[in-house]
Design a protein around this ligand. Sequence first.
Ligand SMILES: Cc1cc2nc3c(=O)[nH]c(=O)nc-3n(C[C@H](O)[C@H](O)[C@H](O)COP(=O)(O)O)c2cc1C
Length: 262
Amino acid sequence: MSQLYLGVGVARSVLNLLRNRRSIRIFRPSEVSEDVLRLIIEAGVRAPTYLQSYTIIQVKDEGKREKLAKLCNEKIVRGASAILLICADLYRTRIMLDMLGHEHILRSDKHPVESILAVFDAALMVENMVIAAEALGLGSVILDCPLIECRRFSELFELPRGVSPLILLCIGERGEIPPLRPRLPIDQILHVDRYGEVSEERLKEYLEELERHMEVENYVRKYAGMDMRYLEYLRLKTELTNESKKVNDEILKFLKENLIKT
Ligand SMILES: Cc1cc2nc3c(=O)[nH]c(=O)nc-3n(C[C@H](O)[C@H](O)[C@H](O)COP(=O)(O)O)c2cc1C
């Protein structure tokens, strides 16, 4: 065993944190101190990374918070003690590469690797922050409204060209202890040596479990204030409509200007 092995106790604690984490959408009124937030952010930036092509904007201004509440889930945004906007940032990376004085990839209009890895970098950083918050006794949830409303977020936070808003990380003291939510069975995710078979039977079992679980949790009513079963809600959220096509066209246009060069 490695000499650096931290011991059974620490390993168990870390695994327990990972296995028991759930998204928290109801927060108790409380403050997250700047010191605690700093610890969380420092844990975030320790995540493995390619070029650290991400930026965090801490939202402190009340007026901006109010605007966020209108663009995102109002209850969550109003309840959270700390709100971090996470962006993919090829603007700063470009400046940094310019400093190396060579003809670099971000000067081209084709950089799919840098684009995708910027999102990957940001996601790993966010997950580290989520786990750090858990370790500090706090709850958190990720919201995707910055991506959906990218143009408005870009204006509100004065993002330069090359910076794309991705998600909000909302952190605070837990005001609920929801149950662990279902996941796809491992045998549908893990394959060995070659891509295996996707079993519709196993997926059906999973969807049934999800429906049962969300009904018991009262998920749709509690968080979306709607009176429908979960799979109906999922259909609604993922439905291809003229409206969703329009929104996606807008998002793609923004991302082509700021992030994705393929
Ligand atoms: C990229 C991403 C975007 C998400 N966006 C939202 C969101 O807009 N609203 C929300 O309530 N939860 C959001 N979530 C949280 C997921 O809904 C949640 O992780 C999932 O339902 C599983 O629940 P759990 O985290 O409690 O296991 C998001 C999660 C991720 C990773």
